[in-house]
Structure formats: C-alpha cells, structure tokens
Design a protein around this ligand. Structure first.
Ligand code: NAD
Length: 317
C-alpha cells in the first residue's frame, strides 16, 4: 500500500485529501499545514496526523508520494526538498513562479528517478479527452482555430501569481495538448481593470503551425464561463469544461458542394449542419488525475511534466 501525505490543506489540498481518503488502496499517513486552525480541523475530519513542519513529516513518516498544494510561491522550495528525499510528487499547477525553477524541478525528478506530475487538472477532464480523441481521429478535419473562455469573478485566495499563471495557463496547456505542439508566436494583452496591483483581465493570441488560438481569461466577469470552441475544416465543436458536454456540428461543405446546383442552394444547405451531442461519462478530473498519478507510481511508469514548464513559459510571456 502506498503511503501518501498532503502538504498544504487549504482550498485545493482539501480536495486532494477527499479523493485520497476514498481510495482503499492507499494509506493516508499525514498532512502538513502551517496554519494550526486549518490543520487541526482538517486532520480531525480526515482522521490523520498533523505536522506543522513538512520536513518533519517527510522524515518521520517517509511517505512514498505527496501532493503539494501550498501557494505557488512555495512550490519550488517544498517540491525540491521532497524530490531530493526520493518522494514522488503531485504538484499543483502552475509548476513554479518562474521557468528556471520549473526546469530545475523537472531535472531533479529525473536525477532522483521519481515521478513529478504537475496538476494540470483539465488534462483529466473526460470532455477534453474526448475532444482530443476526435481531433486525433480527424473528425474535425484540419484544425484552423481554437477559442477558449475562462472568465468569472475574483479568486480571493490567489495572491502570489497573476491571472496568466493562475487561470490562462489551464487553456494554454489544453490547446498545446490538443494540437500536440507549442505556439510559434504569442501576443498578450493584459489589463488591470478592478485590481490596481495585478492584471485581472488578459487575452492571449497564439499562432501554431496551421491553427490559431485565442484565450480570454479574466476575474471581472459576473458569470463563470469555462468553454472551448474549435473550428476545423470538417466541423465545429463547443465544449463546456464544467458540464463536460460537447456539441459537434458536422460540416456539410464537401457533400453539398457536389450536390447543389447553384450557390444559393449551397449556402442554405451549408448553414444546416448535422448537430451531434456527444456524451461522455461525467467524471471528476481531480480523481482521474490522482488515479493516473498513483497508477504511474505503482506500475513504474515515468511521467514527463516538461509540458508544465512550456505552459508556464507562455503564460509568463
Ligand atoms: N488545479 C486547479 O484547478 C487549482 C485550483 C485552485 C488552486 N490550485 C493551486 O493549488 C495551490 C494552492 O492553492 P489554494 O487555493 O489551495 O491555496 P490556499 O491558500 O487555500 O491553500 C494553501 C495552504 O497551504 C498552507 N501552507 C503554506 N505554507 C505551508 C507550509 N510550509 N507547510 C504546510 N502548509 C503550508 C497554507 O496555510 C494554506 O492552508 C496553488 O498553487 C494554486 O495554483 C489549483
């Protein structure tokens, strides 16, 4: 049975704990939390041992793997220590606050032959998986454009990174993942609309080999939207990250171009595509991510998280 611990049990750490505590195949040995109020409450709820000092937890409990869910500015220091102790890590995204430290963690994991998985949670969203499968099968033809919107209100807890590294990075990584390449050109528009000291609204425009991508992310929209739209030569789809629903509009371009006699016929038929609702079994992305992490450890599968550094590089551009 793998011995697991969670370091930092605020917002996200609590979710990791909830998932781990429902897995019969692991042994949740302890948590580390510097805020005693939070720590005591959570340790009691999940009936586990509390350490204030994560180094003491590592030395006393010798866990096989830890989830690191502290603020991003502390990722490097804590991940570096755990990796040097030969512990597998599931590190919350973004990997670090800068690219140099991110690269250092990747090479430390290699050097110590342990797995470092960066928690880019949307990669485990079943709707994203399905869209990836459709793209790879050619259902959308050649992808020409992707638009992602991740907008909503303020996240009170995130104070150490800006909106690019906190939110836009999700879609940056997903678009890289779907297209299986990194952008050749990136331009960014950042604004400080309601927060004076930090960017709270950002748009990325990225040029890939054949496709372009536009990402709109902000903390100033009074309604939460998490959507991805993809246009290809064979169709168009809309995916909702939250409901995990996909609507696919199959293009009639080739079919009607041959069949229709005049242009007005063609235009009419082209604007009546077949709409297909694609259903995927709804699953919690974090559960999928943690299962993947544990499976890789149990079956000695190497994880390469360099994609997380690439996403950070773009987010910070
Ligand atoms: N994957 C996602 O969708 C997602 C969503 C939210 C947050 N996150 C990431 O999770 C991380 C944590 O964010 P959060 O919202 O949970 O923050 P948070 O502030 O709610 O929680 C962080 C916790 O870590 C504790 N902590 C700080 N230093 C510590 C130390 N040395 N030892 C032990 N505990 C320590 C804090 O007291 C706090 O309770 C961030 O990197 C963030 O980017 C990811």
């Amino acid at each position: 049975m793998l011995k697991i611990a969670v370091i930092g049990v605020g917002n996200m750490g609590k979710n990791h704990l909830r998932v781990y505590s429902n897995l019969p195949t692991i042994n949740l040995v302890a948590i580390a939390e510097i805020d005693e109020n939070i720590g005591n409450k959570i340790a009691k709820k999940f009936q586990t041992k509390l350490y204030k000092d994560y180094k003491k937890l590592v030395n006393d409990e010798r866990p096989d793997a830890v989830s690191i869910c502290v603020q991003t500015s502390l990722h490097f220091e804590i991940a570096k220590y755990c990796l040097s102790q030969g512990i597998h890590i599931l590190l919350e995204k973004p990997i670090t606050t800068n690219v140099r430290e991110g690269k250092k963690l990747i090479s430390l994991a290699k050097k110590n032959t342990v797995n470092l998985l960066v928690g880019h949670i949307e990669r485990y969203n079943p709707a994203v998986r399905k869209v990836k499968e459709m793209i790879d099968k050619g259902d959308l033809g050649k992808i020409t454009a992707i638009t992602a919107r991740r907008v909503g209100g303020f996240p009170p807890q995130i104070r150490d990174v800006n909106i690019c590294a906190d939110l836009a990075i999700h879609d940056i990584d997903i678009i890289n993942f779907l297209l299986d390449e990194f952008p050749k050109e990136i331009s960014v528009n950042k604004q400080r609309v309601h927060i004076r000291k930090r960017d709270d609204s950002v748009e990325f425009f990225m040029k890939y080999k054949n496709a372009s991508a536009y990402i709109q992310t902000n903390w100033i929209t009074p309604v939460k939207i998490r959507k991805l739209n993809i246009t290809g030569t064979e169709g168009y789809l809309e995916m909702d990250y939250v409901s995990q629903k996909i609507e696919f509009y199959k293009s009639n371009y080739s079919k009607f171009k041959e069949e229709s006699k005049d242009f007005s016929d063609f235009v009419l038929l082209f604007s009546q595509p077949d709409k297909i609702d694609i259903t995927v079994a709804k699953k919690e992305p974090l559960k999928e991510e943690i299962s993947y992490f544990l499976n890789c450890i149990e079956n000695k599968i190497k994880i390469d998280s360099s994609f997380a550094v690439e996403a950070l590089k773009i987010a910070l551009s």
